[in-house]
Design a protein. Structure first.
Length: 243
């Protein structure tokens, strides 16, 4: 893995979202909807749905909202029809950016994403223009409260679970897996009483880059604009750090 903490970016994203619970719940609902639509509404057999529900519960999304999203996807109740779209492009200074959306209005969302890039010194590209710079990986974060878990013990545990790599960042263990092994690694760690603070299949940059201060400010504005868009589910980039 590249020597950079994904945990820091996750925490910055969560801190920025604390005051936007309504939008966060909507994004979780869409994520649950698409996972259930693709793999069915049974959490025991649909690992993607189980991960989406776990993330929603971590943000204190009510169970009724979760159940309603699953029922919409499985046809139990009527609801909007969403489609997944991925946009690729370059932010200011040539930072690679991938934006994953769930939308019920493709034209509206495309115009909004294009405007966000253009306004902040970036531009959208064709499919595949930046995705080759990222690897799809399972990601798990475990907080080592009070230093109760030794790095050696944690390393041996994740190797036994079938993980590919582990990075220690302060009091957080960051575990990386192949996408296929992600569900079984999560299950193994839970069965051994580890609390998974974060869990997702995500895109990890193969290399990171830094920016001049003016470009970093524009990149920060681009990220904020995208985060505020209710259709945007995930944003991936290879900027080393956004202050």
């Amino acid at each position: 893995m590249a020597g950079h903490s994904k945990w820091k970016n996750i925490q910055k994203r969560k801190n920025a979202q604390d005051a936007k619970k309504g939008k966060i719940f909507m994004r979780h609902a869409k994520d649950i909807y698409i996972a259930a639509k693709q793999g069915g509404g049974d959490l025991s057999t649909n690992a993607s749905l189980r991960a989406a529900v776990d993330k929603a519960k971590a943000d204190n999304m009510p169970n009724d909202n979760i159940d309603r999203a699953i029922k919409k996807a499985t046809g139990s109740i009527d609801g909007a029809k969403y489609e997944e779209i991925t946009y690729e492009g370059y932010g200011p200074g040539g930072v690679a950016v991938i934006v994953h959306v769930l939308t019920d209005n493709r034209n509206r969302t495309a115009a909004e994403i294009r405007h966000a890039f253009k306004k902040n010194g970036g531009n959208l590209g064709e499919n595949g223009s930046v995705s080759f710079m990222f690897e799809r990986k399972g990601y798990i974060a475990i907080v080592n409260e009070n230093g109760s878990i030794s790095e050696e013990d944690m390393t041996l545990e994740v190797i036994e679970a079938g993980a590919e790599d582990i990075i220690t960042d302060g009091d957080v263990f960051e575990v990386f897996t192949s996408p296929d092994d992600f569900p079984s690694v999560c299950d193994h760690l839970r069965a051994n009483d580890y609390e998974l603070e974060e869990q997702e299949v995500t895109l990890i940059p193969q290399n990171y880059q830094t920016l001049a201060p003016e470009d970093e400010a524009n990149m920060h504005n681009l990220m904020e604009t995208l985060e505020e868009n209710e259709d945007v589910q995930d944003i991936y980039h290879n900027l080393k750090e956004i202050e």
